[in-house]
Write a protein that binds this ligand. Structure first.
Ligand code: NI
Length: 395
């Protein structure tokens, strides 16, 4: 079976690359993946699979039934959305839409899953169980396409026993795959703060309430949420990346606006931290004679890989790739809406190496020069087919 899958992956590699290039050249922003969805539906139909379209508006679900289809169900997920970035790569498949770019590899995930579908469709008389293909919208934007797909019933009828998802990793050389059992990625919440004081002449602070000084105290004090309130055993990050004070050398502004992110790996602590941050910020502002509106928008939860499912996938990957090409990953404080699936289904989210220093392919995700070594596509598609079948056949 393994060598058969490798053979098929090699055979389909050209068409997987062509599909990826089409998607890369025609990116669509989160929740606007209409043409992408049409393309995916058409490609599935060409290989004899009729998907359910319009799930969570632009998502698709497709089923491949093997022998004894009710014995077990494994779901495979790809995300389809692009980012608001101007592509700076000079490649034949460069984005044709100004200001929109597949800079997080979701074109790779979608093309790869189409390749996996072709392989599994070809082999469906040889494995037991059912594979559920999930093409989801809106990974990059709250509330997350995954949560909308779940609301639309993607995890029912049939209910998957396991779910697998992959993501490109530009830090990992092409030919390598990364796994992590258990806690892997962080929850991510957005923070919006408005601090109001009383503006006036910079030379006469006694007639003003300076929101800039209040802001300075709040930013410094809130770092203690991470250093003094969080358990040292729970990773936490608090970053304020936007600070707007529209005064001047001689003008104290009326208000200051802040935006930030809070990330952690524990749901109880996450809730507590929100309450503590709000109380501290508002208390400091009041004490200094100003006012603070502290608004936290909850983003994705943390992502926890199911230890047994992940270990099985890792061992299957070792069989497929060789032990030297399967690496252990560290915790990563970025967020990913695949986390929603991991809350109710035994899940494994793993990384596909896409880096190639010799070819100069080194840029990180979410940058205008992000690209992949396309040899990763044959690996991504074949490996996922093999992991799905390995999980279906494991009792
Ligand atoms: Ni991504």
């Amino acid at each position: 079976m393994l060598s058969e899958i490798k053979k098929l992956a090699k055979q389909y590699a050209t068409s997987i690359i062509a599909n990826r290039r089409h998607l890369h050249a025609n990116p669509e922003l989160s929740y606007e993946e209409y043409e992408t969805a049409k393309f995916v539906a058409q490609k599935l139909k060409e290989i004899g699979i009729t998907p359910t379209e319009g799930v969570a508006k632009t998502g698709l679900i497709a089923i491949i039934e093997g022998k004894n289809p009710t014995s077990k169900v494994v779901a495979l997920r790809a995300d389809m959305d692009a980012l608001p970035i101007f592509e700076k790569n000079n490649v034949p498949y460069k984005s044709t839409k100004e200001g929109v770019m597949h800079a997080c590899g979701h074109d790779v995930h979608t093309a790869s899953l189409l390749g996996t579908a072709a392989i599994l469709q070809q082999l469906k008389n040889t494995f037991e169980g059912t594979v559920k293909l999930i093409f989801q919208p809106g990974e990059e934007k709250i509330p997350g396409g995954a949560s909308l797909m779940i609301k639309d019933g993607v995890l029912e009828n049939p209910k998957p026993n396991n779910i697998l998802g992959q993501h490109v990793m530009p830090l990992l050389p092409v030919g390598k795959i990364g796994f992590r059992e258990g806690m892997y990625m962080a929850s991510a919440d957005e923070i919006y703060v408005t601090i109001t004081g009383k503006g006036g002449h910079g030379a006469m602070p006694e007639f003003c309430i300076d929101p800039v000084v209040i802001m300075a105290h709040i930013i410094t004090a809130l770092q203690q949420i991470v250093s003094r309130h969080a358990s040292p055993k729970i990773p936490s990050v608090l970053t304020f990346g936007k600070v707007l004070a529209q005064g001047a050398t001689n003008i104290i502004p009326n208000e200051v606006y802040l935006e930030g992110t809070f990330r952690t790996l524990d749901e109880d602590w996450r809730t507590q931290a929100h309450i503590k941050m709000k109380k501290m910020a508002e208390g400091i502002a009041e004490a200094m004679g100003g006012h603070c509106d502290f608004d936290i928008r909850r983003g994705y939860p943390h992502l926890k890989n199911h230890p047994e499912t992940t270990l099985k996938a890792k061992n299957a990957a070792i069989a497929y790739m060789g032990e030297e090409n399967v690496v252990d990953l560290d915790i990563w404080m970025a967020a990913e809406d695949f986390a929603y699936y991991t809350q109710t289904v035994d899940a494994c989210f793993y990384r596909l190496g896409t880096r190639n220093e010799e070819k100069g392919i080194i840029s990180g995700v979410h940058t205008p020069t992000f690209d992949i070594d396309e040899n990763a596509l044959e690996i991504g598609a074949g490996l996922m087919a093999w992991l799905a079948i390995s999980e279906l056949e494991a009792k």
